[in-house]
Design a protein around this ligand. Structure first.
Ligand code: MG
Length: 164
């Protein structure tokens, strides 16, 4: 049986290499842009492993442009295994990701935006920072995919020891 634990993961800059385009914040307003962003190598396989144990949920904000949600859905179909996640939640850009977490589940969030991690931490969600260009001194930082796995595994083991 799967563990009742939710592993939330951001899309832009985490599942994909949003920061590999220096002009991404301009280009993202061009229709179709979100289908073109390269995937982070290895991330799909890592998520397949995690989703076999707990629930991976993609948690992604969408800018206010028609088509973005569809582009992101198509991108996910093209780049991420269907076994890698259990759900996708799209959050309007001016809303807090913390308001979209499923209530009552222990969880963690991997994100490249400190403010998202702070808001979710207030709801009890463990934050892990992953970014190709930024850093933080408020959260543990994942330097690579192994760090994500280890952070997840440690948390899962802690919750196991509480509930066993
Ligand atoms: Mg992001």
């Amino acid at each position: 049986m799967k563990k009742q634990f939710i592993f939330y993961i951001d899309m832009d800059g985490v599942l994909n290499l949003f920061e590999s385009d220096k002009n991404a914040r301009v280009n993202m307003w061009t229709p179709g842009y979100f289908r073109t962003i390269p995937v982070r190598p290895g991330i799909s396989n890592l998520l397949v492993r995690i989703n076999a144990i707990a629930y991976v949920v993609i948690l992604s904000k969408v800018i206010n442009r028609i088509g973005v949600t569809q582009e992101k859905s198509f991108w996910t179909n093209d780049n991420i295994s269907p076994d890698a996640y259990s759900d996708i939640i799209y959050v309007p850009y001016d809303r807090s990701k913390a308001d979209y977490l499923y209530p009552g589940y222990p969880c963690m969030l991997v994100d490249d935006k400190e403010s998202n991690l702070i808001e979710c931490k207030e709801k009890g969600c463990h934050g892990l920072f992953l970014s190709d260009i930024k850093t933080t001194d408020k959260f543990p930082v994942a330097e690579n995919l192994d760090d994500i796995w280890n952070f997840f595994k440690n948390l899962i083991d802690q919750y196991d020891s509480i509930h066993d």
